[in-house]
Design a protein around this ligand. Structure first.
Ligand code: ADP
Ligand code: MG
Length: 713
């Protein structure tokens, strides 16, 4: 092997294995330096310590060996549809035949006389009694470099995901070479105090162990190397979470370093005045969160608060409190909701609530046009409007405020980072309250939204009627409509019917809103059946909702446009077809649309004909569990955080080894360490021994997406 002198910051071009082509591919994967590549960890391992010679192979016992490829050829056999590739493998002690099905590319990748590693279960062929292998795992080796052999066989070997056409053997060899040339390196990106406080094993030996483990934590089980408790792995999980929390905490400090006068005019009787206009008394959770907001607004740093609260927990009134405080201090507020329907609803309830206090409330949606829109923009600009409620129409460039100071983003997960940011930038470092009814488990929320302070509404207003959840088997769904839905409408109540699709899709397995609207209208000519989908324009939607609200429609067929916020007390039943197509948290949201008045509600889930037993079992959770936080914990377990949080939450950092759900204990520890470390006295102490910017760069490199992903500003 060439003698190479590499350091962690060496560009990958300095590594002998890497020529211009590979360099380009690696840079396409985001790798620039030696250090970047070292963090490309294997996703599994193979125990190849007992590599055999061909003469030692025993029928029925899986084994690996290195051999030369002879007579590789294509074979067409009439009884078998796919072409076969056959070869004789030879190592000087014997030969064995290998057969692959439908892998014609092997003719190219394993030419005559090439040397490769093979792994499989030898069997005696029924056909001619010879020892043979069916579709063995195959990995080509480069015959010119004898020494790399040791990276690929006679040891526990790492297996890497292929990337840009670069295969596992390449990564193994290259990373192996790099580690060999760095041998004995004394480096740790985690500050020394943290290493010792958390008892972390040293960086370099842990790195070596993750790529080229010497032994298995539990015998005969290579997967035990993937166990988060395996100490080298645990070290990197901690490291990853620590960096994340550190970056979040740092960002939060940065945001909070903006000091501006606390010029809200808050008086002793503010709360009393606000309470006097409410038609109900506040829950203690509401009172607590309002207190948190009040104390934020009394400090000379901007508020950045996330309000988590299950559907129906009463978040709107909490937001109204902030708006009220802003207005009484002469500041404007903006309240952004994800749909027209919701914006309308908030506009009407906030006007009713705050109007009597002299707060001037306006509505801004796509439907506000022409002269009306111009007038509205003028009032906002001149400050003759105190609160603008709206959809993303609020973030249009032309809308500017005189003194926007309080920003509310409702159902924040429905907005992209850029949309939230655009609204916030309309104010001069405004106070921000983002709200979500997706009840994210607390520890996940703390890290995912680490740049925010967290408030939780964990109590429901009293007097809510229960909603019963029933799973209706697909085969009895015909009778179901007459047995369960007809009586609801005959009682004068209303029902939603929700479908996963708007139009008929490729498969008739999944029902859609359009055709079911037609089918239900035909089935029940005596009832008034409405249709609401995301594809309608805002006037159409508004008209449909209005008619349903006024009781002029009995049954509303819809897609998930009604998922968030809609409040119609007389709607007491909801049917969700193809329920297995929805996430649990989403179904829980939908369920929150009913049982909002004095009447109890019924929630019916009809799984599709071919829903899996697993899916049915998952739905069962909703039958027994009314608590949104528990529902979402379950959802997280089955779906993982990325999918759970949805694609709109783009930029969820890609973890190499950590898993926010599985590693919650480490997350909590990492969070604590990071926040201690960010205390000024410690940071000062550290700056002597350690370069702050080096750390920041290192971390930013590891999480390039974090800037994008921070929730505000
Ligand atoms: P969400 O948290 O889902 O946004 P809302 O703010 O829409 O909930 O509140 C749901 C309903 O509960 C509204 O009709 C609201 O007026 C009512 N509400 C809110 N707080 C209370 C309370 N403390 N007591 C009784 N009703 C309340
Ligand atoms: Mg709401």
């Amino acid at each position: 092997m060439d003698k190479v002198a590499l350091s962690l910051v060496s560009p990958l071009s300095a590594v002998p294995e890497i020529g211009p082509k590979r360099l380009e591919k690696l840079s396409g994967m985001g790798f620039r330096t030696v250090l970047d590549l070292l963090y490309y960890f294997p996703f599994r391992y193979e125990d190849r310590r007992a590599a055999k010679r061909i003469s030692q192979l025993v029928p029925g016992i899986p084994a690996g060996f290195v051999a030369k490829v002879r007579n590789i050829r294509k074979k067409e056999i009439r009884s078998v549809r796919v072409p076969l590739v056959e070869a004789d493998l030879e190592d000087g002690t014997g030969t064995i035949r290998a057969v692959w099905f439908g892998q014609e590319y092997l003719l190219k990748t394993l030419p005559q006389d090439s040397v490769a590693f093979f792994f499989g279960k030898p069997e005696i062929s029924d056909f001619d009694g010879r020892l043979s292998l069916r579709s063995p795992v195959t990995e080509k080796m480069d015959p010119e470099r004898k020494s790399q052999k040791s990276f690929h066989i006679n040891r526990i070997v790492p297996v890497y995901h292929e990337g840009q056409g670069l295969g596992t053997a390449f990564f193994r060899k290259t990373i192996g070479t790099i580690l060999a040339s760095l041998w004995g390196l004394d480096f740790d990106p985690v500050p020394a105090q943290i290493v010792s406080l958390s008892g972390l094993p040293a960086w370099f030996p842990s790195m070596v162990e993750l790529h080229f483990p010497k032994d298995l934590p539990s015998p005969d089980n290579p997967d035990s190397l993937l166990d988060p408790r395996y100490s080298p792995r645990r070290r990197f999980i901690f490291e990853e979470l620590f960096f994340l929390e550190f970056l979040m905490g740092h960002k939060k400090k940065e945001i909070q370093s903006v000091v501006r006068p606390s010029d809200y005019q808050i008086s002793e009787d503010s709360l009393g005045r606000f309470q006097s206009i409410l038609p109900f008394s506040l829950t203690s959770a509401q009172t607590r969160v309002m207190g948190e907001i009040l104390s934020d607004l009394s400090r000379p740093v901007p508020m950045n608060r996330l309000l988590l609260g299950d559907v129906g927990s009463g978040k709107t009134v909490v937001a109204a409190w902030g708006i009220f405080l802003a207005a009484q201090s002469g500041f404007q507020s903006a309240f952004m909701a994800p749909t027209e329907i919701l914006a309308l609803q908030h506009h009407s309830s906030l006007s009713a609530l705050l109007g009597p206090l002299g707060i001037r409330v306006a509505l801004m949606t796509q439907a506000v046009r022409g002269g009306e829109r111009r007038k509205l923009m003028e009032s906002v600009y001149h400050g003759t409007v105190d609160l603008v409620v709206g959809t993303h129409a609020l973030i249009q460039e032309a809308l500017s405020f005189r003194s926007l100071r309080f920003v509310v983003v409702d159902e924040q997960h429905k907005f992209g980072v850029e949309q939230r940011r655009s609204l916030i930038q309309k104010g001069d470092v405004p106070d921000v309250l983002v709200m979500t009814a997706t009840p994210i488990p607390r520890s996940l929320a703390l890290s995912y939204f680490g740049d925010l302070d967290l408030s939780v509404l964990d109590e429901r207003p009293p007097g809510r009627k229960p909603v019963t959840t029933t799973i209706v088997p697909f085969h009895s769904s015909e009778r179901f409509w007459d047995d369960c839905i007809r009586p609801v409408i005959e009682r004068g109540e209303q029902a939603f019917v929700v479908y996963p699709l708007i139009e008929e899709g490729e498969t008739s397995e999944i029902r859609d809103a359009n055709s079911m609207h037609a089918a239900l209208s035909e089935k029940w000519p005596e009832f008034r059946v409405g249709l609401l989908t995301g594809r309608m324009n805002s006037e159409e939607k508004e008209a449909v909702m209005q008619s349903f609200k006024e009781g002029k429609t009995d049954l509303l067929v819809a897609t998930t446009v009604i998922e968030v916020g809609v409040d119609i007390p007389n709607a007491t039943a909801m049917v969700v077809e193809n329920a297995e197509r929805f996430g649990l948290a989403q179904l829980h949201q939908l369920r929150g649309r009913i049982g909002r008045g004095d009447l109890s509600g019924s929630f019916f889930l009809i799984p599709g004909r071919s829903a899996s037993p697993d899916a049915l079992e998952r739905l069962e959770i909703l039958v027994h569990c009314e608590d949104g936080f528990l529902v979402s914990e379950e959802d997280l377990k089955t779906r993982g955080p990325g999918e759970f949080l949805g694609t709109r939450q783009s930029g969820l950092p890609t973890f190499r080894v950590a898993n926010l759900v599985r590693d919650q204990d480490l997350l909590i520890e990492a969070r604590k360490r990071a926040s201690d470390f960010l205390e000024p006295q410690l940071a000062e102490h550290v700056s002597h021994t350690w370069e702050w910017t080096t750390l920041m760069n290192f971390i930013r490199n590891r999480f390039p997406e974090v800037e994008e992903w921070l929730l505000v500003r």
